[in-house]
Design a protein around this ligand. Structure first.
Ligand code: PRP
Ligand code: ORO
Length: 213
């Protein structure tokens, strides 16, 4: 694990964005941990998260025309990352996001922000079973644009629709590169270094053996 990843984990745990307990996920899985990007809820916290995303994008060298943040939590991520790419890396970084319900008045429609055209880089918080990425790919293609890759804070390294990992499925099915700031392997290595409640790591390992790829 790199120092910047350790610092990011320290910070996420300090502000409660990485929480431990019993959580029901979008996939219906019961998880002993949860990454809540909604708790990067001040300008200073969000700026720090956006710097990590922007760093990941620049380091990857991925080429894109528009950043796309899936509703809901992807919305501030895409917007804040766009600001950081513009102010710290000199990129124009247009961004867009979807509505979960189509708007039937005013400007109407499903997409807010930049039109979805060209190569679209999906900016989300986590990948678990890969459903959210599949939904985003459908929206991007329906708009006539081309998905270019996925950037996430945490790859939970879980099975997707098959025995393969959700990230492998995204790569194989859509030919999309996936870039992440952290993986579950990093998180477990970090937790191994910390004094923790007895039984806590056991529940992480148990969860991983049930849903891990
Ligand atoms: O890989 P998956 O199994 O799809 O799980 C990960 C997705 O689940 C959450 O979205 P959700 O729509 O639940 O939450 P939000 O409205 O809070 O963004 C999360 O933000 C990811 O987008
Ligand atoms: O799978 C999910 O629904 C999920 C997992 C997680 O760690 N964080 C989140 O926002 N959603």
């Amino acid at each position: 694990m790199h120092d910047y990843q350790r610092a990011f984990l320290n910070f996420a745990i300090e502000i409660g964005a990485l929480g431990f307990g019993d959580f029901t996920l979008k996939s219906g899985r019961q998880s002993p941990y949860f990454f809540n990007a909604g708790l990067f809820n001040t300008g200073a916290r969000l700026a720090r998260l956006a710097r990590a995303y922007a760093h990941c994008i620049i380091a990857s060298g991925v080429e894109y025309d528009v950043l796309y943040g899936p509703a809901y939590k992807g919305i501030p991520l895409a917007a804040a990352t766009s600001v950081t790419l513009a102010t710290e890396h000199g990129q124009v970084a247009p961004y867009a996001f979807n509505r979960k319900e189509v708007k039937d008045h005013g400007e109407g429609g499903l997409i807010v922000g930049s039109p979805l055209a060209g190569r679209i880089l999906i900016i989300d918080d986590v990948i678990t079973a890969g459903t959210s990425v599949r939904e985003s790919v459908d929206i991007i293609r329906a708009a006539g644009a081309i998905p270019a890759g996925v950037v996430i804070a945490l790859d939970r390294q879980e099975r997707g629709q098959s025995t393969r990992s959700a990230v492998d499925e995204v790569r194989a099915t859509f030919g999309l590169p996936v870039y992440c700031i952290l993986t579950l392997t990093d998180l477990i290595a970090y937790l191994d270094e910390q004094p923790s409640e007895p039984g806590f790591l056991t529940s992480m390992h148990h969860y991983r053996s049930k849903y891990g790829a």
